[in-house]
Design a protein around this ligand. Structure first.
Ligand code: ZN
Length: 356
């Protein structure tokens, strides 16, 4: 198959909005459309790589901590302390800024990107060669425990939410950046977290389990009536990082009709857990094969973590999705499998979650 015959990608996670928020927010649409020198994603690189759409994360960084701080790449084991919890008042301005940036891009990009609120919207955008963007929160700090902000952001397009990034919230506890380590690192959901699961179910907002610790994961699995989603998490059996999914967690995702998206962060890919860009695409394929072994062909997708992580040098940035799509075809995945992995599994899971 030629590259143009390979399916384009619907991606489960990127941090472009954070990078634009930290840069020149008022210039976000121009930087998106014309391209920017830094980072992984913009319209030219999305087009080149075959990025058709995805979940666009709002992540509020802690004031005194760098995100997913890089450990010594020579370390064979690490355990980074988590930043302290952040109040809603602290988190809200940045969440408003990043949400507004996505709306500004939609308004000022001459139709290059559309905020999608349904899978019908996503399919229509992709068919028209418009980037299909779904608003997602990575960490529920901007949401008050009365869920007023949940309603307001839902009206602004929010369709997916993770109760935690890694620092603790009113709702639950994330895993620290620890290797080697089990994802079973502490207490499960708080009572507010259990209420958040119900509130999201009621509003048909997807719940993302990628940063949640294992007890929180099982709490959501027990309480939620929606498919289980880990938007950007890999196989713990290959890379024993606290951020990756055990085989038991993957079986629960499969049994719920959900999805796990392959994360390109090298520290979640490499069997040695190190943050080294010299990591082969073969390691990405090994995770896909294991996830397919455990979950079957309908529950694996892509969740790049572009603009939020160090990715393999063979991929480099959004344009490198072409390398992955080509490698997946050369690896022997047939046309049906490629379509499922690249986007169909994501669209089916979101369709079931959103009640279409
Ligand atoms: Zn993340």
């Amino acid at each position: 198959m030629s590259l143009s015959d390979l399916p384009s990608i619907f991606d489960g996670h990127n941090d472009l909005l954070l990078r634009l928020h930290q840069g020149e927010p008022e210039d976000a649409a121009r930087l998106f459309v014309n391209g920017r020198k830094a980072g992984h994603l913009d319209l030219p690189r999305m087009r080149e790589g075959g990025f058709a759409g995805g979940l666009f994360a709002v992540f509020v960084p802690s004031p005194t901590h760098r995100r997913e701080r890089k450990t010594d790449v020579q370390a064979s084991a690490y355990d980074e302390p988590l930043p302290p919890a952040m109040s809603q008042a602290e988190a809200l301005p940045a969440a408003l800024s990043m949400t507004a940036i996505l709306h500004r891009i939609e308004r000022e990009s001459a139709g290059a990107l559309r905020i999608c609120r349904s899978v019908a919207d996503i399919r229509a955008a992709m068919a028209a060669d418009v980037i299909a963007a779904v608003l997602h929160f990575e960490g529920a700090e901007p949401i008050d425990t009365d869920f007023h902000a949940l309603d307001v952001f839902h009206a602004a397009g929010l369709r997916s939410l993770g109760p935690v990034w890694s620092r603790p919230t009113a709702y639950g506890h994330g895993v620290p950046f620890r290797y080697p380590a089990s994802p079973d690192t502490g207490a499960g959901l708080t009572s507010h977290g259990k209420a958040l699961v119900r509130a999201c179910n009621d509003r048909r907002i997807a719940l993302d389990l990628s940063h949640l610790n294992e007890r929180g994961f099982w709490d959501v699995a027990r309480l939620s009536d929606a498919p289980l989603i880990a938007s950007h998490s890999n196989a713990h059996a290959i890379c024993a990082h606290s951020r990756n999914l055990t085989d038991d967690q993957m079986r629960a995702i499969r049994d719920s009709g959900g999805i796990a998206g392959l994360n390109f962060a090298v520290c979640f890919l490499r069997p040695d857990g190190r943050d080294i860009a010299a990591t082969g695409v073969d390691t990405m394929l090994a995770h896909l094969d294991h996830m397919l072994d455990i979950m079957g062909p309908e529950h694996v997708g892509i969740g790049s973590d572009f603009d939020g992580a160090l990715v393999p040098e063979a991929i480099g940035d959004g344009a490198g999705l072409a390398v992955l799509r080509r490698a997946m075809a050369d690896h022997g995945y047939d046309a049906l499998m490629l379509a499922r992995l690249c986007r169909d599994n994501w669209l089916r899971t979101l369709e079931a979650t959103w009640g279409e």
